[in-house]
Design a protein around this ligand. Structure first.
Ligand code: AMP
Length: 146
């Protein structure tokens, strides 16, 4: 089973962040520019929160607040669930399902941010692995050598 580090190797380690005092509008603009569903919130390089499209939908739109007038710190989730680079993708998927979240920041042993994985990244990788396994099993059953 693949681990987070291997996924980051393929996907890259770039992480898009905003500051807690940025407006929600700035965060939304960053998410639109980068075509992503969540941004991490960092303060002097320390991870202090995460803001996703769900936060915007529930805490801005539904509550009829203005995104240009509300700070990221007021709608972000401050208690961020993270994983280590050695974590298996199977465990990451289980964690995301259990917590009902679609994004996991990756911290190294020094608690430095080294990447972010989404549920889409993980599912894509697991499907790829399973397809390889199916191919091998088919070859084994039919006696074909690839
Ligand atoms: P998401 O499924 O990623 O769109 O996020 C759904 C909700 O969970 C939002 O309120 C996010 O702020 C929050 N959230 C997303 N990822 C995490 C995470 N890794 N740790 C804690 N909360 C998160």
């Amino acid at each position: 089973m693949k681990i987070v580090n291997q996924l980051l190797h393929t996907k890259g380690t770039e992480v898009w962040c905003v500051a807690p005092d940025d407006t929600v509008l700035t965060a939304l603009q960053r998410m639109a520019d980068k075509n992503i569903g969540a941004v991490l919130v960092t303060d002097n390089d320390a991870l202090v929160g995460i803001m996703s499209e769900r936060d915007y939908a529930r805490k801005i739109v539904l509550q009829q607040r203005a995104s240009h007038d509300t700070l990221v710190r007021d709608i972000m989730t401050a208690n961020v669930v993270c994983v280590r680079p050695q974590q298996t993708l199977q465990k990451c998927l289980a964690l995301m399902t259990e917590k009902r979240i679609r994004h996991l920041p990756v911290l190294d042993d020094a608690n430095q941010l080294v990447g972010l994985i989404s549920i889409g990244d993980v599912v894509k990788e697991i499907i790829k692995e399973q397809q390889i396994l199916i191919n091998h099993l088919e070859d084994y059953i039919t006696g074909v050598a690839r």
